[in-house]
Ligand binder design. Structure first.
Ligand SMILES: *Cc1c(COP(=O)(O)O)cnc(C)c1O
Length: 497
């Protein structure tokens, strides 16, 4: 019997995993969730000796039940290969009392690579399984990180093309350079004269254009999404929490059955939801600590049970966590409401109409395992400088928010449970903020590439390929368009009249 996926809002028939991956978002606007969360069928001791790829298979086979063993193993082998700069894929670094699970060793040095390096393979396999002949066209609007990770994942994957729209003047110079130097004949990168919201609305309008959909179908194309609401991005993220526990067990940091806590720097709630799923599968995880920056909607939610996005949007030095609507929280709400799609729809309606909602006492009682903490800009910067000063380990701005949350949690609870902190980006991705946290005066006047060399010197960590590459890489994408011309631009790329 296949594990089936339903919409959190109840307005759609249950579908297989491959169909849910192809479709991305459910037709009623809800998110696909599995009927139940499967239990691991191996013990942690059995998992302890396994490689990342083997662990990935053992976890993902339980969710993607309509994939054959051969299909799934092929997807895994194609994703977690030498694109990663370490064979262990997701290493653990013990620093002070915490264990940093480094999720940034992939092609674009942020944790998005963990899922976006396998999603293209899951998607093309799903297309084949469902007899889809069309070429899949991935459309993405990005504020920086997702675009590059999606481009790197889909570049030169047969049967796919990818179009990324970014705000021409709204991303960092490093982020822009990373995108416009992207190789791959099937990649298209476009700067738009507008902001991220314009890019996002433009992409949504293209997705919703039925006439365009029909025209494209005639030419052999269909759209899909690499957005974090795709179940094909969530499932691969469960793997590294299971893997982290197994590796802690293997190295003797934990004894069998001993629980560990997990701290996750959170934006769209995808990464921490994966940790929650790992726990439901039977991984001995105790507390799930949700770390926010100054945009602390989730912190407030865990305190009070009220979600309220009516507040100013604050730009921080951890931009991937600057989010006021955490989409994947909907999947958790659905579960804690007892798989009640009507309740979920009611809350989501309130969110879209009033910008806020309140969960019931029953639902709140089920959030026991979660703790919310947040860090200010100053606290996060002080954490980077402090840990570097004490240990020589340099962490990025997002990871620093998580480290602060952990420190606050321990201070409050004196809990000595071994704790894994999800480290979501390489410090090289946010070099200026990181270096200025360490010594603002000294580094203030250096250029970005001078800072990169300096970071390598002080940390002793080799400059990653992803950064080295863009120093000299030729620019391959120069298209810039007005927001109103986004659709025409997509058609031109595809050669559709
Ligand atoms: C995307 C991202 C996050 C937030 O992850 P969510 O799954 O959206 O909660 C945190 N840190 C970095 C560096 C990211 O790129």
């Amino acid at each position: 019997m296949d594990l089936l996926y339903k919409s959190t809002r109840g307005g759609e028939e249950a579908v297989t995993a491959s169909k849910a991956i192809l479709q991305g978002l459910a037709c009623d606007g809800g998110l696909f969730v599995p009927d139940e969360i499967p239990k691991l069928d191996l013990t942690m001791e059995q998992l302890a000796g396994m490689s990342y790829q083997e662990t990935a298979y053992e976890v993902m086979k339980l969710f993607l039940t309509d994939f054959t063993e051969e299909e799934l193993k092929h997807c895994i082998a194609s994703a977690y290969d030498e694109k990663f700069d370490t064979e262990v894929i997701a290493p653990l670094a013990k620093v002070d009392k915490a264990y940093y699970l480094e999720l940034f060793h992939g092609a674009t040095i942020a944790f998005k690579d963990m899922a976006l390096s396998i999603l293209p393979h899951l998607m093309t396999t799903s297309a084949k399984k469902n007899g889809v002949q069309n070429e899949i066209v991935i459309l993405t609007a990005t504020s920086g990180d997702t675009g590059k990770a999606a481009l790197a994942g889909f570049a030169d994957v047969p049967g796919t093309r990818i179009v990324v729209f970014y705000p021409k003047n709204g991303v960092s110079p490093v982020q822009e350079k990373q995108m416009i130097t992207q190789k791959g004949d099937n990649t298209f990168v476009v700067g738009i004269r507008g902001n991220f919201d314009d890019a996002q609305s433009g992409v949504k309008a293209i997705f919703g254009d039925k006439i365009l959909e029909r025209d494209l179908k005639e030419e052999g194309f269909q759209f899909s999404s690499a957005n974090s609401i795709n179940i094909g991005r969530l499932v691969p993220q469960i793997v590294y929490y299971v893997y982290a526990y197994a590796k802690m067990l293997e190295s003797g940091e934990l004894v069998n059955g001993e629980k560990m806590n997990v701290v996750v720097p959170t934006g769209n709630f995808g990464n921490i939801l994966a940790a929650y799923y790992a726990k439901q599968m039977g991984t001995p995880i105790d507390k799930l600590i949700c770390a926010s920056n100054d945009n602390k909607v989730l912190y407030d939610f865990f305190q009070t049970g009220e979600y309220d996005r009516n507040r100013p949007f604050i730009l921080t030095s951890s931009p991937s966590m600057d989010i006021l609507i955490s989409s994947n929280l909907e999947r958790l709400l659905y579960r804690i409401a007892g798989a009640d799609a009507a309740k979920d729809s009611e809350l989501m309606k309130a969110l879209s109409e009033k910008g806020c909602y309140q969960i019931t006492e029953d639902m709140k009682a089920q959030l026991e395992d979660f703790r919310g903490y947040y860090a200010t800009e100053e606290e996060a910067a002080a954490m980077i400088a402090g840990v570097y000063g004490d240990t020589g380990y340099v962490m990025d701005t997002h990871t620093a928010v998580a480290a602060c949350a952990y420190e606050k949690y321990v201070k409050e609870t004196q809990d000595e449970t071994k704790t894994v902190i999800a480290s979501t980006a390489s410090p090289y991705k946010f070099t200026r903020s990181v270096m200025e946290a360490i010594d603002a005066e000294k580094y203030d006047c250096m250029t970005d590439f001078e800072l990169i060399d300096e970071l390598s010197r002080i940390s002793g960590v080799e400059i990653p390929n992803a950064i080295e590459e863009i120093r000299t890489a030729p620019i391959r994408h120069r298209t810039v368009c007005e927001v109103k011309d986004m659709k025409t631009t997509v058609k031109e790329f595809l050669g559709v009249e």
